[in-house]
Design a protein. Structure first.
Lengths: 347, 347
DNA sequence: GTTGGCACTCGATGGGGTAGAGTGCTAATA
DNA sequence: TATTAGCACTCTACCCCATCGAGTGCCAAC
C-alpha cells in the first residue's frame, strides 16, 4: 500500500495504458497485458500492486475475481481530463466535412447532413439540435388571412429559415389591415432576435398604448400571439441510432429499449443537450454522469455551434462509454465549427 | 392420406384453432392441445393426421421434430382471408379515438396523434403517411422576396396545411410584381389539386404563350418552379417502434437492426405503404409478402385514409406476424376513417 | 375413418469436469 | 524500501453427457 491515495506519475501512466487498451479491444485488461503494453519495464506483480491502488481509488474495477480490470466512470473522467492525447483529425474526414457541410436553402437539410456525417464517421449515433428559435433574428414577418378570425403568420429568420403558424385572433382583419400590420412590424423589429422582439412587444403593449394608433396596436398584439413560445418547439435530428445496436455493452434488450424510448420521447435528450449550450467547447458526459438512467452505458460528446457568434444549438455523438474519445472529441469540435460556418448567412 | 390436397370443413376449423392458439401464446401447438381446444371431439391421433395434411399443403410447419406446429405465411393468409372472425371494436378504444382524433390547426399534429394512438392501443408500431401533397388542393399561394433572385413561395392547402419553399428565379422581381403574380395564380388555380395545377401550368407554358401578357407568364413560370415535385417530400410519422423490441420473434439483434434501419431510411417503408393507396379498405402484408427482407418477421396492417372522398394517405400497424389480427384489423380500419374525418376541412 | 399404443426424435435443462486467465499474498531479492 | 518470482486460489467459459418431457409418425385394432 505504498502509494495509497497518491497518484504518482507511474500510476497515471498505467491507468492511461489500461484505458487505451480497454477502449481498443473491450476486454478487461490484466496485469500481464499491461506489463507488455507499457515502456515501463515492470513485472506483472508490481503492476498488480498499482492496480490494487487504482481500484482502491475507484478508478478501475474488476468484473469478477479472475478477470482483468475495467475503467470506472471516474477512471474515464480522469483519463479524458488529464491523460488523453487527442489525435489530429483524419484528413479524409475533414474533406468529407468540408465537401458536404455547406450552406443550403433549407436549414434542416444542413442539420440533417451534419447529423449524418457525425454518425457515419464515428459509427455511433449523431445528434444535432435545431437552432433555438429564440436566439435567431427576425428578417421578415407576414400575415395571410385564412378565414374569419384565423390568420396565417409567416416569419423568415436569418435569411434562411421559414416558420409558420396559425393564429386565432379576437377580431376580424381585412387583408389590407394585415398588410399594414406586417409592414409596421417589419420596419420596427426586423433584425432583432425573436426573444428581443417578444420582449419589446410586451413592453410596448404594457406602457405605450396611448402613444400608438389603433393599427399599430393591433400589429403588436398579433406579434405577441405569433411569437408566443407555447409548446417548446425544440427539436433535434438524430442519425445512426441503429449503429448503437452493434455494441455489446448495449445488447441487453431492456436497456436498448430504454435508450430508444428516450430518443423518441426527446424530452430528456433535449434537456441534456441544453446543458451544453452555455458551456464553451466540447463537453462530455460519461455513463451515469448524464443523470439519465437510459444513458447509463453511454457517453455523450457534445459541442455548441454558433451563428453570428451567437450560440444557437448543440451537436454531439452518442455511443458506448468505451469509445475512441481521442478521435471523437476533435471531430465533434470541428464539426460544430463547420456547421456554424455553413449556417451563417452569407452577408 | 384421405384428405390430401383437399381442404374440408374440419381441416379449416382445425387450422383456425391452431392459428388462434398460436397467436395467443406463441408456442408451437401440439395435437393434444388442439384436441382440447376445439369442440370437435377428436383424439390427438386423428388431429395429427389432419395436421400432417395441412403441413403437406404448406399451411403449417413444425420448427423441429418434437415441437408442435406453427402457421406458415400461407397459413396466416388463409386464416385472415377466410377464417378470421373479427372482434367488434373495444368501446374504450373507440372513445379514445373520438376524443383525441379531432381537427387541429396543424395537420402534422393530427397525424402524430393518430400514429401514437395506433401504437399505444395495439402495443406495436403505428405509422401514418403525411397526406400526399399532390392530391390536396391549393387554397392560396404567396411570394415573398428574399434577396436578389431568391423568392420564398408559400402555399396553403385545404385550409389547414402550409408549405414553403425557396425558389431561385432567373431574373429579379419587385415585390409588386410578385404580388401581381400571386394574385393571378390565386384567381385562376385556387381550389384545384396541386397535381392539376401543375398540369395546367405546364399546358399554359407550352401552348398559350402568345395569349398571355408578360406578368402572367412570369407567374406561371414561377408556379412551375414552386410546384416542382423534385425530391419527393413523401414522409411518414412512426410511433412506438420500441414496442417491437419486446417481441421474441424480433429479438435477434441483426434482424432488429435491419428493421430499424429500414425505418430510418424510409424509402422502403414508403414504397410499401404507397402500394396501399390504391387498394380499398384494409390491406395486409404478412411476413415475406412485403417483399422486404427487413420485414420478414413482421406483418403490416394498413388502410388508406381520405380527405374529401379523395384518398391522400395510408396508415397502419407494424408488428410481428403473430399478432391479434382480429382486433388490429377493425381498429386500423376505423382509425383510418376517423383520421379522414379529422382532416376534412370544416366547410 | 378414428383411435390407442408405442418407439423415436429432438430441444431444454442442469450437473460435473476441465482449462485458462488473472488475482492476492508471501517471501525472496536488489 | 520497492520490486519480483512463486504459488495457491478463484472464477468463468466451455464442453460433455445424462435426463426429461413434449410431440411426432406409424401401425394395428376398432
Amino acid at each position: 500500500m505504498s502509494n495509497n491515495q497518491v497518484l504518482n506519475e507511474r500510476s497515471l501512466q498505467l491507468l492511461k495504458a489500461l484505458v487505451e487498451r480497454y477502449i481498443q479491444d473491450g476486454q478487461p485488461v490484466g496485469s500481464r497485458a499491461l506489463s507488455k503494453d507499457t515502456e515501463l519495464k515492470l513485472s506483472p506483480a508490481t503492476i498488480r500492486n498499482v492496480m490494487a491502488d487504482l481500484e482502491d481509488m475507484g478508478l478501475i474495477r474488476s468484473p469478477h475475481t479472475s478477470a482483468g480490470r475495467v475503467p470506472t466512470v471516474s477512471g474515464y473522467r480522469l483519463f479524458i481530463d488529464s491523460l488523453l492525447t487527442v489525435k489530429p483529425l483524419d484528413s479524409e474526414e475533414l474533406k468529407l466535412l468540408r465537401k458536404n457541410l455547406i450552406a443550403k436553402d433549407n436549414v434542416n437539410d444542413v442539420i440533417g447532413v451534419a447529423s449524418r456525417i457525425l454518425s457515419d464517421v464515428t459509427r455511433m449515433a449523431g445528434v444535432v439540435t435545431l437552432p433555438k428559435r429564440e436566439l435567431v433574428s427576425l428578417r421578415h414577418i407576414e400575415f395571410l388571412p385564412l378565414s374569419n378570425t384565423r390568420v396565417l403568420v409567416i416569419f423568415v429568420t436569418n435569411e434562411q429559415e421559414v416558420h409558420n403558424k396559425i393564429l386565432h385572433t379576437s377580431k376580424q382583419f381585412t387583408p389590407a389591415q394585415l398588410q399594414q400590420a406586417a409592414n409596421y412590424l417589419n420596419s420596427v423589429y426586423s433584425g432583432l432576435s425573436l426573444a428581443a422582439v417578444r420582449k419589446a412587444v410586451l413592453k410596448e403593449l404594457k406602457d405605450a398604448q396611448e402613444r400608438m394608433n389603433r393599427e399599430m396596436l393591433d400589429a403588436v398584439e398579433m406579434a405577441k400571439l405569433a411569437l408566443d413560445p407555447e409548446k417548446s418547439d425544440e427539436d433535434y435530428v438524430l442519425s445512426g441510432e441503429t449503429n448503437l445496436m452493434g455494441f455489446s455493452e448495449l445488447s441487453d434488450m431492456d436497456r436498448l429499449k430504454e435508450l430508444f424510448d428516450a430518443f423518441s420521447q426527446k424530452r430528456g435528450v433535449i434537456h441534456l443537450l441544453d446543458q451544453c449550450l452555455n458551456a464553451e467547447g466540447v463537453q462530455i458526459f460519461i455513463g451515469e454522469e448524464s443523470g439519465y438512467h437510459a444513458f447509463e452505458q453511454c457517453s455523450l460528446v457534445t459541442a455548441p455551434y454558433s451563428i453570428n457568434e451567437q450560440v444557437v444549438g448543440v451537436l454531439g455523438v452518442i455511443g458506448p462509454t468505451r469509445m475512441a474519445y481521442e478521435k471523437v472529441i476533435p471531430f465533434v469540435d470541428i464539426t460544430a465549427k463547420l456547421l456554424g460556418a455553413a449556417l451563417n448567412p452569407k452577408t
